[in-house]
Design a protein around this ligand. Structure first.
Ligand code: NDP
Length: 263
């Protein structure tokens, strides 16, 4: 399939780890120029070095940026414009989940989570909107969670915020059409930095990382029998962001190994 990504310019927020880094690799393999951002300078530098090794220094830009800081997001946009003079694809991936029930989430926790989920979309879309619409074929792909449709009580505010983001994306698919397509991937459980961090603080200390992941997959009864890999999500993101999906907007692709229970 021709993805039509050759020499297109993509920005991947949270491109220094996990799903974002795998997406950056996949975009580079498809001939795109890729800018990544993240907050931690070391993690960003490691990711940048790896991507340069894959595609060459001229193909990759790394900018330290917290997507919750609108000034930093504008600076990211300006750096991409100075680098390539345009941007065709925005992958809104930066973020993390919050494990907490209603009983143990205070107001500050709610506000922090709502802020992260909404403003990681709002700030970047506001900054890149004009640039993305320039040639009439821009695309936004948001990384969201199955929790938007299948809430979990132990991740109560993440679930609620994720649902709101899907609603926002649907409105944006109308408002930004036809110049910009807006789609999402809703992911289940994907092996990444997040799961590595949860492993570090696990209750059951008897299992190694792989056995612990296999146990998570078994307990959650994932039909395909394992957690997803970041690459599994990257393929779907690249498809939605490519010209192969040129008549698709306001849509979502589930990448969950069959974990979803809705029809
Ligand atoms: P990782 O922790 O591996 O990667 C998260 C990336 O986002 C890192 O590059 C991190 O860099 C960056 N990031 C986090 N907060 C910010 C911020 N405020 N500004 C800029 N960059 C930020 O996790 P995943 O790859 O798993 O996560 C990718 C997305 O997928 C997230 O939105 C996550 O919530 C979502 N998701 C993942 C699931 C999973 O099972 N893995 C399940 C459901 C959703 P740094 O910390 O240096 O800023």
């Amino acid at each position: 399939m021709n993805m039509g990504l050759n020499d297109r310019v993509a920005v991947v927020t949270g491109g220094s780890s996990g799903i974002g880094l795998a997406t950056a690799r996949e975009l580079l393999r498809n001939g795109a120029y890729v800018a990544i951002c993240g907050r931690d300078a070391n993690r960003l530098a490691h990711a940048h070095a790896e991507l340069v090794g894959l595609a060459g220094a001229g193909r990759v830009l790394a900018v330290q940026c917290d997507v919750l800081e609108s000034g930093q997001v504008q600076a990211l946009h300006d750096a991409v414009m100075a680098w390539r003079g345009g941007c065709h694809l925005l992958v809104n991936n930066a973020g993390q989940g919050r494990v907490s029930t209603f009983a143990d989430t205070d107001d500050a926790g709610w506000r922090e989570e709502l802020d992260l989920k909404f403003f990681s979309q709002i700030n970047t879309i506001r900054a890149f909107r004009k640039t993305l619409s320039h040639d009439g074929a821009g695309a936004i792909v948001a990384v969201n969670s199955l929790l938007a449709y299948q809430p979990e009580p132990h991740m109560v505010c993440t679930s609620a915020a994720r649902a709101g983001v899907q609603n926002l994306l649907k409105s944006l698919a109308c408002e930004l059409a036809p110049a910009i397509r807006v789609n999402s991937v809703v992911v289940g459980l994907i092996e990444s930095g997040q799961w590595r961090r949860r492993f570090e603080v696990r209750a059951n200390r008897n299992l190694g990382y792989d056995a612990w992941l296999a146990d998570v997959a078994a307990r959650r009864t994932i039909p395909l029998g394992r957690l997803g890999k970041p690459e599994d999500v990257a393929q779907a993101i690249v498809f939605l962001g490519s010209s192969a999906a040129h008549y698709i907007t306001g849509a979502r692709i589930e990448v969950s190994g069959g974990l979803s229970r809705q029809i």
